[in-house]
Design a binder for this molecule. Structure first.
Ligand SMILES: Cc1cc2nc3c(=O)[nH]c(=O)nc-3n(C[C@H](O)[C@H](O)[C@H](O)COP(=O)(O)OP(=O)(O)OC[C@H]3O[C@@H](n4cnc5c(N)ncnc54)[C@H](O)[C@@H]3O)c2cc1C
Ligand code: FES
Length: 366
């Protein structure tokens, strides 16, 4: 059985005849197809790992071939990636570092986080041939408008992944506006894509890359030292540029403070988990309406984490309130939005489990 034979499993529909039900259900097809090839699926986007390469001392790049159900993405966007770790299906967001080529292959680059379940698995244990679940693309970072204004790309640590895709996307334009990528890492061995970035800058005179080291000393002509500060970005304070920034929350906040008010446009994303500051204490009763299950959950903790701690696996992705995968209906009770601190008293409303905590007893449509 091959994926391109899927239509043979549905009833044929000669002109003028009403649609008949498929001969097998998508779930049954997936069950048997997965036994023949794990990347075959009736309608789920999946990708097979075709190659694995070290990208830095603490990062690895995975080349992925998606099946035909994957809808693709643009440079700078993220996708949710599902992986089975110790028998549990976990999902995290990754910003591909290379967009699909003509054959549909694309690349994600994963930095290993200490104690991280998915990054640890992908860094240490992923193998060529493994199949990953793939989600739809989302995100705010995109190629700047072609209005001739300069662009400044700021990346720190694993925040280089969308910037790599954007830098390559700009280089592929016929007459790109002047663009500089400032790429911050602590040390030289933590840098990804050094040769690739230098080759683009050499080939395309409008594009420039600076490797900024915060711990090692600068040696090469395209290296500099120090943290993100006003002097590093002085030229773009004087001439408004399209600014795109990605890195840990502190880096993104500094970028916004320095350039947000001066830029022609400003877009930024942080990969690090949001900090939840709440004084809510104690616990409340949570009823899961569909399963009828009742739990005691702590106030102040994201509902997603509270449900996972109880052994449940609600759908999730970015875990930052960005992708909407964990959206769910609430039919009673009040919650707090952990990023804004706002309390939602409206009893019937939708919420995102990853950025909401319980304030009172709750009923969720789960
Ligand atoms: C939109 C988006 C795009 C992303 N793109 C990339 C990418 O291209 N490459 C990449 O390597 N990562 C990327 N990430 C981060 C990625 O989604 C995971 O958060 C990361 O791989 C850690 O997952 P984990 O399962 O290993 O860690 P978990 O098991 O979930 O967490 C383990 C510990 O590490 C902390 N932690 C989790 N994530 C981070 C982080 N990013 N930085 C510091 N501490 C963390 C947790 O709070 C926890 O204490 C992106 C995140 C988002 C939201
Ligand atoms: S997991 Fe993405 S919004 Fe909650």
């Amino acid at each position: 059985m091959r994926p391109d034979l899927v239509p043979a499993l549905t009833s044929a529909r000669p002109p003028g005849h009403a649609r008949r039900a498929p001969l097998v259900s998508p779930a049954l097809f997936d069950f048997w197809a997965a036994r023949l090839s794990p990347a075959w699926s009736w309608n789920r986007p999946l990708g097979r790992i075709l190659g694995i390469e070290p990208a830095a001392s603490d990062a690895v790049s995975l080349l992925i071939r998606p099946n035909r159900h994957f809808r693709g993405f643009g440079p700078g966007q993220h996708i949710n990636v599902g992986v089975e770790v110790d028998g549990r299906r976990l999902v995290r967001s990754y910003s591909p570092s290379a967009v699909p080529g003509r054959d549909g292959r694309f690349r994600i680059t994963v930095k290993k986080i200490a104690g991280g379940k998915v990054s640890g698995h992908l860094f240490d244990r992923a193998k060529v041939g493994d199949v990953l679940g793939l989600g739809e693309a989302f995100g705010e970072l995109a190629l700047p408008p072609p209005d001739g204004k300069p662009s400044l790309l700021l990346a720190a640590g694993s925040g280089i992944t969308p910037m790599m895709a954007l830098f390559a996307g700009l280089a592929a334009q016929p007459n790109p506006a002047p663009t500089t990528l400032l790429y911050f890492t602590r040390s030289r061995d933590q840098r990804c894509f050094v040769d690739e970035l230098r080759a683009i800058a050499k080939r395309q005179p409008a594009l420039d890359v600076r490797f900024v080291l915060t711990r090692d000393a600068a040696r090469a002509g395209d290296e500099a030292e120090g943290r993100l500060c006003a002097s590093q970005v002085a030229p773009w304070l004087a001439a408004p540029a399209h600014v795109l920034a990605c890195g840990p929350t502190g880096f993104v906040t500094t970028a916004r403070d320095l350039l947000g008010g001066h830029a022609a446009s400003f877009a930024a994303e942080s990969f690090s988990p949001p900090v939840h500051e709440t004084t809510d204490t104690g616990s409340v009763a949570l009823t899961l309406a569909r399963s009828g299950r009742k739990l005691q959950v702590p106030r102040g903790l994201p509902l997603l984490e509270a449900l996972e701690a109880a052994g449940l696996s609600p759908a999730s992705g970015c875990r930052r309130g960005l992708c909407n995968t964990c959206a769910c209906e609430k039919s009673a009770g009040s919650t707090r939005h952990l990023l804004t601190g706002e309390v939602e008293h409206e009893p019937v409303s939708a919420l995102r489990l990853c950025v909401s905590s319980a304030r009172s007893d709750l009923v969720l449509d789960l």
